[in-house]
Ligand binder design. Sequence first.
Ligand code: GLA
Length: 410
Amino acid sequence: MTVSQPPSTDQALGVIPAPVPLAALVDRAQAGFEDRFGRPPRWIAAAPGRVNVIGEHTDYNDGFVLPMAIERYVVIAADRPQPTSRPMPICMSSSAFETAEWLSPDDASSERLPPWARYVLGVLVGCRSQGMQAGPLDMLIDSNVPLGGGLSSSAALEVATATLIEAVTGRSLPPVEKALLCQQAEHRFAGVPCGIMDQFSSVFGRRDHLMLLDCRSTEITSVPLTDPQVHVLIINTNVKHELTGGEYAERRGQCELAAKRLGVASLRDATWDLLADHSAALEPVLARRARHVIGEIERTVQAAEAIAAGDWKQMGQLMAASHDSLRDDYEVSCRELDLLVELAGQQAPGAVIGSRMTGGGFGGCTVSLVSSEHLETVAHAIHEGYRNQTGIVPSLFTTRPAAGAHVVVG
Ligand code: GLA
């Protein structure tokens, strides 16, 4: 890769829009609160979404993941309500959905609520069980994390809610407990048996660092990503294939079954030799799932080493192998994700370091590491290629690794 002046990503770059700084989103949430409730908010909390660079579907197998928080946030502005009679203590207004919901942590039945409000209720109930009663609140939720794009908009909402409650109650949860409480909210109130990656990324995100998370011990190793020659480019397919909706839980169940058949506590403990020993007896689909997880855990650890060593060639190969494995063995990719990765692979030598689908799959986004000097050309070529072949306009943005959730005002 030749060294040249990297383009500034502070300005719009062709098909890549100029980033919205957190401060602007905070101003927007503040103005939204004033519009809705007629006075300024007293507390404001922000929590980022995340992109996973590598280590997909490994978190619920006790493996390693290598995500980073992104410069896209859920921001919640809040205040005590004016003394008026209210049907329920909490009034939440969502800018994204242009709706308001009333809820009470005492009414733990979430069925009547739209999905986004269930995440908030789940966290309110979890915090209350820790003795953190938020009390009556008016809340305005704003966000620029793409919804349903595999960038953890739901985890950002959960973690922003928990951070807001910390500000309101003046009590802080230990960060690991906070992330686990948010994960539980998702399990119990949204019915998604997710791993811990998304909530940990939003809580522990660190500026200019990826996070190598051991999902068994919850130990975090920070991996600096500061090379000015390397940009993280996120491309949203703008499709979400719903299928039957149970694919995530199904994959998780298959992994648990595979581990059981191999006689290990989780696939983290499985090895290539063990898999080979059982190859005759193991159902082919379980063997494929196990092959993905064993390989992906190895790749994730190697990727952290490659980035630390600045070995971008190796990093690119690991990302390519990750995508192939998710497509062929784990079967969670789709035509649109594959096309974005193929288009990335067709760019000039050295322009794209690596590219792969990111998140749960079946739509959503790809993550690519792109050489700065080629960023604009690459973005334009992939945008056009994807649009021509699918008729769908993709959304692109770049991001640096961002800091985790924090109280902005309070
Ligand atoms: C979703 C889940 C995560 C993780 C990824 C796949 O984002 O919420 O816990 O399992 O899928 O890596």
